[in-house]
Design a protein around this ligand. Structure first.
Ligand code: HEM
Length: 504
């Protein structure tokens, strides 16, 4: 059979390319994604043009779009649709329906399914089990949280080492430091002190790989999610190549440590009476956990190493963004020096009369209400993900909302934390950083509520938040004790879609 002439083939390919591009634009900007047309798109109504307008604004004006949707619909107890060009639109429920959302069983509405898609986990998360089956959740809730006091001294030691190694000790002159970049190094070191211990947490090559993996993985996921689904399996390996390289570098350090320790474990161990006398770090806790449960696939050095890499992403990136935001908020406040002095005074007053071994205990950190409030307030303003709770519909038959609309399988439903955190009826002067807003109320930064969800809310709230809060309070206290932060006239803007990432 003769081949078609080259120009016919060319036209055919061009037409196919154009059709794919139009289908892509339709899918991202205009498609209803099976959602009922009775639910309006954020601030824009129901029509095709309204959907396109709303989708475009989600790219360049997400914050304003969220607030308009909240004021127009949520305040009147109505749901609305918030577009998301990367991961698809989400139904935002009014705050009144939060309880309904949280009460649904995981088999009906599932938070993990949203994270799996958002993180493009099949491509970025090193192993298909890692996000879908968060087996280490109980290690975080148990050892990492319960042992806080047992490793507080180690964290303080690491903070002092990392700060002086990164920011130096110059008592005479002001020194400019790139806030996010330098804090990434500091937080990577102190997190790794607990995850893998000494000496690895001070190894520059390991720290660089760990911090780079932690920072990049979510950006890579965002880029993959922008690809049409049929291209993802083909192109994802290219997108993840740099992260895979970081993982290999990181694994070259951790794998031998894990492999050496694996030999001392036996399947079927008693999880109730662990022996951590030789090593009290995350690697050891995770190994103990793996060998006391049935699944042999979880007991390999490779799996433990991969889970550790992913956990360091969850632990490091969120904490760096949080501390960077807090320092910017403190530095750019008109009363910056007074705020620093008040926080410093609280830390000194709490610790001065205590023996060194108790100074940084969980109990005494909990008593530093102003320090806690300064961090909680910054998280309210800039919570590092705009959404509070987000779940995907699992049943094939879909689900019916409390307001009566039917949503098909795969739809996303959530509550938007950003709008609640900036609602003047909940927080007067919601855009002002008021560091002591929560100090008198004695609301700890880990206490989530329907009006405060930077760690999410309900049974899937961040399991690492007690560790995170402890680490961040210790870090902020030591920054204030050892350094002055020069006031800045204007707060640097936060990059990323919702304006919730930390500046540089
Ligand atoms: C200030 C620091 C942190 C913030 C703001 C934060 C925030 C969050 C949020 C909002 C979620 C829920 C995401 C969702 O499902 O929608 C989450 C989940 C999670 N976080 Fe954190 N986190 C922080 C620190 C940490 C740390 C230090 C760890 C571990 C040591 C950690 C481990 C996890 C894990 C494992 C999950 C997934 C839980 C699950 O799927 O059930 N986080 N975090």
């Amino acid at each position: 059979m003769p081949y078609p002439p080259a120009d016919v083939l060319g036209w055919f390919l061009a037409a196919a390319g154009l059709a794919s591009a139009l289908a892509y634009i339709w899918d991202r900007f205009y498609s209803l994604h099976g959602l009922p047309s009775s639910i309006p798109w954020a601030s824009a109504g129901h029509s095709l043009l309204a959907r396109g307008r709303s989708s475009r604004r989600s790219l360049f004006g997400l914050r304003a779009l969220i607030e308009e949707g909240y004021n127009t619909y949520s305040k009147h107890n109505l749901p609305f649709i918030l577009p998301n060009l990367a991961t698809g639109p989400e139904i935002i429920l009014p705050p009144r329906d939060l309880k309904w959302l949280l009460d649904q069983p995981d088999a009906i509405l599932n938070q993990n399914a949203v994270n799996t898609a958002f993180l493009a986990a099949d491509h970025t998360m090193l192993h298909p089990h890692i996000i879908r089956d968060t087996v280490h959740g109980h290690v975080i809730r148990r050892e990492l949280t319960k042992n806080l006091d047992s490793y507080a001294a180690a964290i303080v030691d690491e903070i002092e080492e990392a700060l002086s190694g990164t920011w130096g000790r110059n008592a005479r002159d002001w020194t400019d430091v790139p806030a996010y970049e330098s804090l990434l190094r500091v937080v990577a070191a102190i997190s790794n002190r607990v995850l893998v211990g000494l000496p690895l947490c001070r190894d520059p090559a390991y720290l660089k790989a760990s911090a780079t993996f932690a920072r990049n993985v979510v950006l890579t996921a965002g880029a993959i999610n922008l690809l049409p689904p049929f291209l993802r399996p083909l192109l994802a390996p290219l997108f993840t190549a740099y992260d895979t390289l970081q993982y290999r570098r990181l694994a070259a350090h951790i794998y031998p440590i894990v492999a050496a320790r694996v030999s001392s474990f036996k399947p079927g161990m008693d999880y109730k009476s662990p022996d951590y006398s030789a090593h009290n770090d995350y690697v050891q806790w995770a190994l103990h956990d793996a060998f006391s449960h049935a699944d042999p696939a979880e007991r390999t050095a490779e799996m433990i190493t991969k889970r550790l890499a992913v956990l360091s992403f969850a632990a490091i990136q969120s904490s760096v963004i949080t501390i960077t935001n807090a320092l910017f908020d403190i530095a750019s406040h008109p009363d910056s020096l007074d705020i620093q002095a008040a926080l410093r005074a609280e830390v000194t007053a709490t610790t001065a009369a205590l023996p060194p071994a108790q100074q940084w205990s969980r109990k005494h950190l909990a008593g530093m209400h102003a320090l806690d409030s300064a961090l909680r307030e910054s998280m309210r303003l800039w919570g590092f993900i705009a959404r509070g709770v987000s779940k995907a519909v699992l049943p094939a038959e879909g689900i019916r909302l409390p307001t009566g609309e039917h949503l098909p399988q795969g739809s996303k439903i959530g509550i938007m934390a950003w709008a609640l955190h900036h609602d003047p009826s909940l927080y007067p002067s919601p855009y002002a950083y008021q560091p002591f807003r929560f100090a008198d109320k004695r609301l700890s930064m880990v206490t989530s509520s329907p009006a405060f969800m930077p760690f999410s809310h309900g049974r899937h709230a961040c399991p690492g938040r007690f560790f995170a809060a402890n680490q961040l309070k210790l870090l902020l206290a030591h920054i204030l004790l050892k350094y002055d932060i020069a006031p800045i006239p204007t707060r640097p803007p936060n990059p990323y879609g919702g304006g919730h990432g930390a500046g540089g």
